[in-house]
Design a protein around this ligand. Structure first.
Ligand code: PEP
Length: 249
């Protein structure tokens, strides 16, 4: 079965509740006919508003992080059951900004990914190399290390429930997207690693993320191993994000 394109909007620390509402109201009519999976990842404060406004549509809502425990003394954290209670369906895990600025480790991700799956939240696991690693020819090594570590607690039969986003750090927010060759090569390699882990690699959605814009989306999304996009900057504007959804076919 062909993999359904998956386009996700990562708003990061942007949009108030009022701005989130305005975005959703502008987006929905523009994507009414799409057959693609469309996912919005608002900040925690706007999750409920986006969930309420998208009821009756195919749009899914994802959080940008969660803690692996269900409850406890973890000030400032949010758990999977709290997200599920809001009717959130997915969660971004391991974004490079969380790894870089908030000390997110592969060890924590190895607990978070199974915790998300156990709660029936779809994990969108982000992996990707730094510029130094790419320049040093270590891209595949980094991707394999992150995938093996972060997915260590996931049964092979559950791997297809995880969405994986290839996000080279040097392409995020820089306006310098990976070339189609770089994106295809890395996403195909990610699929190979999933295959080696015993997963049904052909069923796993592998996204590309890093400065995807309406003008570059069609070429990236047409690549055989790129099943969608995780979009930051261009996902703050409903028109631009709708154009990327449309570019996915
Ligand atoms: C991201 O936040 O995951 C991202 C890819 O951002 P941008 O599209 O702005 O590079």
């Amino acid at each position: 079965m062909p993999r359904t394109p998956y386009i996700a909007a990562n708003w990061k620390m942007n949009k108030t509740v009022a701005e989130a509402a305005e975005f959703v109201d502008a987006l929905l009519p523009r994507i009414a006919a799409t057959q693609n999976d469309v996912v919005i990842c608002p900040p925690f404060t706007a999750l409920s508003e986006v969930v309420q406004r998208r009821y009756g549509t195919a749009v899914k809502v994802a959080a940008q992080n969660m803690h692996e425990e269900e409850s406890g003394a973890f000030t400032g954290e949010i758990s999977a059951p709290m997200l599920v209670e809001l009717d959130v369906e997915a969660v971004v895990l391991g974004h490079s900004e969380r790894r870089q600025f908030f000390g997110e480790t592969d060890e924590a991700l190895a607990r978070k990914v199974p915790a998300a799956l156990a709660a029936d939240l779809e994990p969108i696991l982000c992996v990707g190399e730094s510029e130094a690693a790419r320049d040093g020819g270590e891209t595949e090594e980094v991707l394999e290390r992150q995938l093996q570590a972060d997915l260590a607690g996931v049964e092979p039969t559950d791997l297809a429930r995880v969405v994986i986003a290839y996000e080279p750090i040097w392409a995020i927010g820089t306006g310098r997207a990976a070339t189609p060759e770089q994106a295809q090569e890395a996403c195909a390699y990610i699929r190979d690693v999933i295959r080696l882990r015993g997963g049904v690699a052909d069923d796993v959605r592998v996204l590309y993320g890093g400065s995807v814009k309406p003008a570059s989306a069609a070429e990236l999304l047409a690549l055989p191993d790129v099943d969608g996009a995780l979009v930051g900057g261009a996902a703050l504007d409903p028109e631009d994000f709708a154009a990327i959804v449309e570019a996915a076919g």
